[in-house]
Design a protein. Structure first.
Length: 202
């Protein structure tokens, strides 16, 4: 069995991201919206912290009925974390389990990219599942353009800082697409009121 270096490097990157998420999740919470702190994330290929919203995507998840009809079942938010379109989101956003045996249903994903705060996002993209972890409630998707709606292959993204330097009282901005929100991205601001230990990290 042979493996190209580019494929191997991509696989190792996925493993690294999933491992590191064990430490980042206590500080970045995905409950339909992303809580974003300047000390945790900084924009790459984006000019200015004020444009970080361009790396936030809306995720719409679908499954099919017994009659093979397409059924919408979930909406949530994700963050683009690489230029080629890797998106981090929640396991519960992209997964549908049967109530009686927890068997996972076949699912598909529509990705909507935020381009302007006051306008609906561009939903010309789908996504494929790269990895997911139910215990950590985390998942990685890869954006794929839908021809002929879009041929975009490069995306604005956010890069995580290696250390959590936030403190209680620091300013915090929430960006995302909660179920109770409208058709445009929801933005609210607050402060860090406290920290809790999770996955063995504060």
């Amino acid at each position: 069995m042979t493996c190209k270096w580019g494929e191997a490097r991509h696989f190792l990157f996925i493993r690294y991201v999933m491992k590191q998420m064990r430490y980042i999740l206590p500080s970045i919470i995905f409950c339909s919206i992303l809580y974003l702190s300047p000390q945790l994330l900084h924009a790459q290929t984006i000019i200015g912290q004020e444009d970080a919203y361009k790396a936030i995507v809306e995720i719409k998840a679908y499954t099919h009925s017994m009659q093979s009809d397409l059924l919408y079942f979930s909406q949530g938010s994700g963050v683009v974390i690489s230029q080629d379109g890797l998106v981090i989101t929640n396991y519960h956003v992209i997964t549908l389990e049967e109530a009686f045996d927890n068997k996972e249903r076949a699912t598909g994903y529509r990705i909507c990219i935020t381009k302007e705060i006051s306008r609906e996002p561009d939903c010309s993209f789908s996504a494929k599942l790269i990895a997911k972890d139910k215990n950590l409630d985390i998942a990685l998707l890869k954006i794929e353009p839908v021809a002929p709606l879009s041929d975009q292959q490069s995306f604005l993204y956010l890069k995580r800082n290696s250390a959590d330097t936030t403190n209680v009282g620091d300013a915090l901005t929430a960006l995302g697409y909660p179920d109770i929100g409208g058709d445009t991205i929801t933005i609210s601001r607050g402060t860090v009121s406290g920290k809790a230990e999770k996955y063995g990290k504060q």
